[in-house]
Ligand binder design. Structure first.
Ligand code: ABC
Ligand code: CA
Length: 532
C-alpha cells in the first residue's frame, strides 16, 4: 500500500521533472520534421546586424548557436520540431590564401574542443535547453571519417588534434579516394584535395574505436542532443557503426552520398536505421526539373527503395541540402517547386528541409548554396514559408487523425506521364510536373479510401465530396499540387474553405477528364495563331 503510494508519487514527480529524456527512438523519429541549418549562415547573435556574406569567399560569415536559438520560433512557425545544426567541434584554422575557411564545420581538428566561431559551451547548452522548452529537438552533425589538414600528404598528427595525435596509429596511410567504385579505397583512402586534405582516421584500430564510442556517448549526454546526423558514412567500414550508434543512444541518420538504393540500403539494414533518401532525391530532381520530364522515374525510385530498404518510413526525404545545387537553382517555376515538396511530404519518410528554401533561395553548387539567411530578413510572409507551413500542418493533422500515419507506405493510385496520385491514409496528394502555365484540369480520382466524405484540398482550401465508391473529380489549377484530407480531420488547416464547383461524380479510372480537352483547345488556338 505504502509502496504503491510512494510509487505513484514518484511517477507524478518524475512526470513533472525534465529528466532530459528528449531523444527519440525510431517511432518518435518518424513523426519529426527536420529543418537543416548551416550554423554559420543561419542567424547572427546580433539580430539587428546584417553583414554581407559572399558565398564565393568561403569564409565565416558570423552565424552562431545564440543566433539559432533566437530564431527557433521562425523555424517552429513553419511547423518544424527538429533542427539539424552543423558540426560543432573545433576546425582547422586555414591560413593559406584562397583555401577558404572551415565555416561549414566539416574540417575537424580537435573533437574535444568546440568551434569558438559558433559560440561557447554555455551558448550551445542554452540552444538545446531552449529548444526543449519549445518541444523542439536538436540534431547534431558529426564527422568520424576524417580530420582536416592544410599540408596534404605531409600531415603529421600532434596534440592540436586532441585524441588523434599519433600518425601511425590513428590514421590510414596516405592515398586519395579516386575511384568511388572501389570500396576499400572509399573506406581507407583520404577525401579532400591538395589544398585541404582530409586525413583518414584509422577506424580499424581498437583504441580509435573506443575513443569514438566514448566520445559520442559523452557528447550526447553532455549537451543533451536528441539525434545525430553522421557524415561520410560510406567512408568507414560498415560494421564500425552499430556500436557507435548505440553508444550515442539517440536516433542517427547517415549520409551515404549515392544514388544506388541497393548500396545505401545495406547501411540502413546493417548499420543505422535512418539514411538520407538519395535515390528519391535524384528522381525528384529530374522529374520536377521540367514540364517535359516523366514521372515514371519517381515511381521506380519508390518501388526500388521498397525492395531494397528494410524500412522506407525511416528514410530522410529532401530536395535540397548543403552539398548539392539547391533544387530552386535549376527550377524557377513555383508550381514545380511546390510539387517537388508535396512529393516528399506525400510519400513515407521524414521530411528534411534545407534553410533558405522557405525564402526562395536559389544558390547553385557548393559554396553558392550556403547563403546567409539574415539577408532575407526572415520574412514569414514569403510564399514558400507559408506553403511549407501548410505541408507540415497537413502532416500534423494526418498524424492526429491516424496513429499509423507515419508507418503507412504510400500507394500510387493514379499515374500518367505528368501526374501522380499518391495515397497515404488518410491523405491523398496529387503531384504534377505540368508547370504553372498548364491549363486548369479536372482529374478523376478513384480508390481514395474515403466514401461519401467531404475532403479538403488544404493547398487551395477547396472542398470536394466523394461518392459512395470513394471517387471524386479534383480540379488542378496552374499546375499546383493538391493535398486532400477529410474535412473532419483538418484541424487548423484553412480558415475559410470554398466548395469546388467541378466536383461532379467521377467515372472510374484516374485519367484526367477535362485536361485532355483543355490541352486540345490550347493546341487549336496555337495553330490558329500560326495560321493568321
Ligand atoms: C569544398 C568544395 C571543394 C573544394 C574544397 C576545398 O571545399 O566543394 O570543391 O575542393 C565539406 C564541405 C565542403 C568541402 C568538403 C571538402 O568538405 O562542406 O564545402 O568541399 O573539403 C559530406 C558532407 C559535406 C562535407 C564532407 C566532408 C562530407 O555532407 O558537406 O564537405 O566532411 C563525397 C562523400 C560525401 C561528402 C561529399 C562532399 O563528397 O562521399 O560524404 N559529403 C560521388 C561519390 C560521392 C561523393 C560525391 C562528391 O561524388 O559517389 O561519394 O561524395 O561529389 C550520383 C552517384 C553518386 C555521385 C553523385 C555525384 O552522382 O550515385 O555516387 O557521388 O548519381
Ligand atoms: Ca575512412
Amino acid at each position: 500500500m505504502v509502496t504503491a503510494k510512494l510509487f505513484s508519487a514518484f511517477v507524478a514527480i518524475a512526470s513533472l521533472v525534465d529528466c532530459g529524456v528528449n531523444a527519440f527512438d525510431d517511432n518518435a523519429a518518424r513523426s519529426k520534421a527536420v529543418y537543416q541549418v548551416v550554423t554559420d549562415r543561419f542567424a547572427l547573435t546580433d539580430a539587428s546586424a546584417s553583414p554581407t556574406c559572399d558565398t564565393e569567399d568561403r569564409v565565416y560569415c558570423g552565424g552562431t548557436w545564440k543566433g539559432t536559438e533566437e530564431k527557433l520560433d521562425y523555424i517552429k512557425g513553419m511547423g518544424f520540431d527538429t533542427v539539424w545544426i552543423s558540426p560543432i567541434v573545433q576546425n582547422i584554422n586555414t591560413t593559406k590564401n584562397k583555401l577558404g575557411e572551415a565555416y561549414h564545420g566539416y574540417w575537424t581538428q580537435n573533437i574535444d574542443v568546440l568551434n569558438s566561431h559558433f559560440g561557447t559551451e554555455a551558448d550551445l547548452k542554452s540552444l538545446v535547453t531552449t529548444a526543449h522548452s519549445k518541444d523542439m529537438y536538436i540534431m547534431v552533425d558529426v564527422v568520424v571519417n576524417h580530420v582536416a589538414a592544410t599540408n596534404g600528404q605531409n600531415f603529421q598528427a600532434d596534440s592540436s588534434y586532441g585524441p588523434f595525435n599519433i600518425t601511425s596509429r590513428d590514421f590510414h596511410s596516405f592515398c586519395w579516394v579516386e575511384d568511388y567504385t572501389n570500396q576499400t579505397q572509399v573506406e581507407t583512402c583520404w577525401l579532400g584535395d591538395e589544398n585541404v586534405a582530409l586525413p583518414d582516421i584509422n577506424t580499424e584500430d581498437t583504441s580509435v574505436v573506443s575513443t569514438w564510442n566514448n566520445w559520442i556517448k559523452s557528447l550526447v549526454s553532455e549537451y543533451d542532443f536528441d539525434a545525430i546526423r553522421i557524415d561520410t558514412v560510406k567512408h568507414v567500414r560498415q560494421n564500425f557503426w552499430p556500436d557507435f550508434v548505440s553508444s550515442a543512444g539517440v536516433h542517427a541518420i547517415g549520409e551515404i552520398l549515392d544514388g544506388d538504393p541497393a548500396y545505401i540500403a545495406a547501411y540502413q539494414n546493417n548499420s543505422m536505421n535512418s539514411v538520407f533518401n538519395y535515390p528519391l532525391f535524384y528522381a525528384i530532381d529530374t522529374a520536377f526539373n521540367s514540364t517535359s520530364a516523366s514521372m515514371s522515374q519517381v515511381v521506380s525510385a519508390l518501388n526500388n527503395n521498397r525492395i531494397q530498404f528494410k524500412d522506407t518510413t525511416l528514410l530522410g526525404n529532401f530536395i535540397s541540402n548543403h552539398d548539392n545545387p539547391r533544387f530552386e537553382s535549376h527550377v524557377s517555376d513555383i508550381a514545380l517547386r511546390k510539387n517537388a515538396l508535396a512529393m516528399i511530404y506525400g510519400v513515407e519518410g521524414i521530411p528534411y528541409i534545407y534553410y533558405g528554401q522557405e525564402q526562395g533561395y536559389t544558390g547553385g553548387a557548393d559554396p553558392a548554396n550556403r547563403e546567409a539567411l539574415w539577408l532575407s530578413g526572415y520574412d514569414t510572409q514569403k510564399e514558400m514559408y507559408t506553403y511549407i507551413t501548410t505541408m507540415n500542418a497537413i502532416r500534423g493533422a494526418a498524424m492526429n487523425a491516424s496513429s499509423t500515419y507515419n508507418n503507412n507506405q504510400a500507394t500510387i493510385i493514379g499515374q500518367d506521364e505528368h501526374n501522380l496520385v499518391i495515397r497515404k491514409d488518410p491523405v491523398i496528394s496529387i503531384v504534377t510536373n505540368r508547370g504553372s502555365k498548364a491549363s486548369n484540369a479536372g482529374m478523376s480520382i478513384t480508390n481514395t479510401g474515403h466514401s461519401s466524405t467531404e475532403l479538403l484540398d488544404a493547398v487551395s482550401c477547396t472542398t470536394y465530396t466523394t461518392d459512395s465508391s470513394g471517387a471524386f473529380t479534383a480540379s488542378i489549377k496552374s499546375g499546383l499540387p493538391a493535398v486532400f484530407i477529410p474535412s473532419s480531420q483538418k484541424g487548423n488547416l484553412c480558415g475559410t474553405t470554398t466548395a469546388a464547383t467541378t466536383s461532379s461524380p467521377a467515372s472510374a479510372g484516374v485519367r484526367e477528364v477535362a485536361y485532355s480537352s483543355f490541352v486540345l483547345a490550347g493546341m487549336i488556338s496555337v495553330i490558329a495563331l500560326c495560321l493568321f
